[in-house]
Write a protein that binds this ligand. Structure first.
Ligand SMILES: Cc1cc2nc3c(=O)[nH]c(=O)nc-3n(C[C@H](O)[C@H](O)[C@H](O)COP(=O)(O)O)c2cc1C
Length: 410
């Protein structure tokens, strides 16, 4: 029988997912002042679970509260109370939905105004042209810091299991720490963590092995990987295929394919080399190619907002379709597609000259939708400029709150 987006799938470690539509990770910026989930995340995730997706991957949860991707983030560490996390996972598991926690370390992609640690494989600063000053030059990690990060990922995964999540996804894409180790542009080390691809992938592989050993078999372990960084000299498709071959024997349940980073936001459909991405399902061709070497199910995320596009992804032999923006605008999209396959939410796409500002405005608009759903507010169409301004004010407030939390903690 041929599969479609509404057919179920059983993952290598036995977990069954009721359909192929997955809510991809979106940082919600809805953590409370203690960096843990509260009623707002419960409201938001109830909507996605009721809306009919088969699997929900949470926005990235930090393994270290001193290294956060953004203000209002969530962190899960050895001594974190699990109460809020339990309510969060319960809300997402309604309606026979699976929920996995995405776990992440930002490495050098920590906004300067946030404070905390900016660590990386090597001391290579972000190049964002006139916006580069938003980030500090990172410090190259010591062996002790690398071992600490490995333990942190394992601890966070174990605690996600204790809190009722069905799995974790290790974030190794989008220019965050594990992607920084994978990419030769940001990893210029000449010890066992740098140089050859085997060495650059060691941190990711050690983390995946460590997590798999520490959680039950039924608990899913996934990896989000760039198909390429889309920068000259960066991590490329051949590297991605080789890393997938290295992940094959490690008991992974899913490899999610994305691309890009803060310098080259391919996940929003824009590259920094001379390649152009498809207008929809940006990474489908890459995911198909990667699926030829993968013994693990593959998911393609990015540029999917139409039912027809999602069907095309599954028909191409890719196992799952990851959807972010469209599900932020319309959490009940899968249910709607069952009744009206032509329904398509409108994704904001400002065509401003300043590409960085356009990207930020898109993110701000999507985040504003998440914020509204979390307060049980009704849907209304949000415009990018107002959202950008709203988001700047909100972020400034949350940054001040985070800095107070940091000061108390240290
Ligand atoms: C507001 C927002 C927050 C995001 N946060 C994350 C995140 O925490 N982790 C992650 O892997 N991707 C994150 N993404 C990227 C999405 O998972 C996805 O790869 C990207 O948006 C492309 O999919 P789409 O075209 O369906 O939006 C985020 C995207 C948006 C819009």
């Amino acid at each position: 029988m041929t599969s479609n987006v509404f057919s179920s799938i059983t993952l290598p470690n036995g977990q069954q997912i009721k359909n192929r539509l997955v809510k991809a990770a979106m940082e919600e910026n809805l953590g409370n002042r203690s960096l843990v989930p509260d009623g707002r995340l419960v409201n938001l995730y109830s909507k996605w679970a009721q809306g009919g997706v088969g699997l929900i991957i949470t926005g990235n949860v930090m393994v270290d509260r001193f290294a956060m991707t953004g203000p209002g983030g969530v962190a899960l560490e050895a001594n974190t109370e699990l109460e809020g996390f339990k309510r969060w996972s319960e809300s997402a598991k309604q309606n026979d939905t699976r929920v996995w926690m995405q776990i992440n370390h930002p490495g050098r992609q920590v906004f300067k105004k946030m404070g905390g640690k900016a660590l990386s494989a090597s001391a290579v600063p972000l190049d964002l042209g006139k916006h580069s000053g938003l980030f500090d030059t990172p410090r190259a990690m010591t062996e002790e810091e690398i071992q600490d990060v490995i333990q942190r990922f394992i601890t966070t995964a174990k605690k996600a299991h204790q809190a009722g999540f069905d799995g974790v996804e290790v974030h190794a894409a989008h220019g965050y720490l594990l992607n920084q180790f994978l990419s030769p542009l940001t990893n210029q080390r000449n010890d066992q963590w740098g140089g050859s691809l085997e060495n650059r992938a060691r941190l990711l592989l050690d983390i995946v092995r460590g997590i798999r050993k520490s959680v039950p078999e039924s608990f899913a372990v996934a990896v989000k990987l760039n198909s390429a960084d889309f920068q000259r000299g960066g991590f490329d498709l051949e590297d991605a295929k080789n890393v997938v071959s290295m992940l094959n024997p490690l008991g992974v349940d899913l490899i999610e394919i994305s691309g890009g980073n803060y310098e080259a936001p391919a996940m929003q459909g824009r590259t920094a080399d001379d390649r152009t991405l498809a207008r929809e399902a940006y990474f489908l061709e890459f995911a198909k190619d990667i699926a030829t070497v993968s013994q693990v199910p593959v998911m393609s995320t990015g540029g999917i907002s139409r039912h027809e596009t999602a069907e095309k992804v599954i028909a191409a032999g890719v196992d799952l379709a990851g959807i972010a923006s469209a599900l932020a605008i319309c959490p009940e999209l899968p249910n709607l597609w069952q009744r009206n396959s032509g329904f398509t939410p409108e994704i904001p796409r400002p065509a401003w000259k300043d590409k960085t500002m356009s990207s930020l405005a898109v993110m701000s608009t999507i985040r504003r939708y998440l914020n509204r759903w979390s307060q049980n507010k009704h849907h209304k169409s949000l415009d990018p400029l107002t959202s950008l301004i709203f988001d700047q004010f909100r972020a400034a407030k949350l940054v001040r709150r985070y800095r107070r939390t940091l000061a108390q903690a240290s």
